[in-house]
Write a protein that binds this ligand. Structure first.
Ligand code: OAD
Length: 233
């Protein structure tokens, strides 16, 4: 793989599954336990803010009980040792890439450990509950919401992602079902711009068809193997 200079990696809930974080669409996943429209839309938040704040408080608290796995660590190693450009784009709102050692992770769907003030618009690092309506650290208004992108809202940093996809020669999708756009369309965007495309997922996903190659297995095994290949180990 010596000719690969620019890599874009997209990760989804499957990379954190073996750390003990529920995925969304697998059996028993979060969207079987909760209605998407209740906890992941602006309308749901307007209707029942306590339900929504409590849901994200619970998920933020759950982060204290999990650890990054070999897949997160392998991507961090790639970031450290790859001589070309690497952008890790994650749909995940957990902090396991960072805790696994990666420094430069783009959270396109926001982060559990960030608060967005609906009064002043500031995004602040946040590690505490929100159900008790704490004050915004900047404007002091008690109007914080989870800094998580809900259905109907625009994901973060799309321009930077598309710029990276345009110059990518390899696009790799890890642990995502390919059910949610715009992330689900990245494989086609990357292909159109000439990148090779690889999927690493437990099973074939809705978008497997679009990839040049799709490998099935656990992220904790497939990702370290692939990183070894790229680094020539
Ligand atoms: P999904 O739950 O839709 O898909 C997770 C994928 O990971 C599935 O294809 C599983 O087969 C795969 N998987 C499970 N365990 C795995 C393992 N150990 N190794 C490798 N793969 C594994 O989660 P996402 O695709 O991340 O958005 O969902 C995308 C978005 O939908 C989320 O970011 C979230 C959700 O609604 C928002 O909330 C905006």
């Amino acid at each position: 793989m010596t000719d690969i200079r620019n890599i874009v990696v997209l990760t989804g809930a499957g990379i954190s599954a073996e750390s003990g974080i529920d995925t969304f669409r697998d059996a028993g996943g979060l969207w079987e336990q909760h209605r998407v429209e209740d906890v992941a839309t602006p309308e749901g938040f307007a209707k029942d803010p306590d339900l929504v704040l409590g849901f994200y408080d619970m998920r933020r608290e759950a982060l204290t009980k999990v650890e990054p796995n070999d897949a997160h660590q392998a991507l961090a190693r790639l970031e450290r040792e790859f001589s070309g450009e690497l952008l890790i784009v994650t749909q995940n709102v957990d902090d396991l890439h960072e805790r696994g050692g990666a420094d430069n992770v783009l959270h396109m769907h926001g982060e559990l450990k960030s608060a967005l003030c609906t009064s002043c618009g500031t995004r602040s690092a946040w590690d505490a509950p929100m159900l008790n309506r704490p004050a915004c650290p900047v404007c002091q208004a008690p109007t914080l919401r989870p800094d998580v992108v809900w259905f109907g809202e625009m994901p973060y940093q799309m321009e930077r992602i598309y710029a990276a996809l345009r110059s990518a020669d390899l696009f790799v999708s890890i642990g995502t079902s390919g059910a949610v756009y715009p992330a689900a369309g990245f494989v086609r965007d990357a292909r159109e711009m000439g990148a090779a495309t690889l999927e690493l997922n437990l099973e074939r996903s809705e978008g497997s068809y679009w990839f040049h190659e799709s490998r099935q297995g656990k992220a904790s095994e497939l990702v370290p193997e692939w990183v070894d290949e790229v680094l020539g180990d």
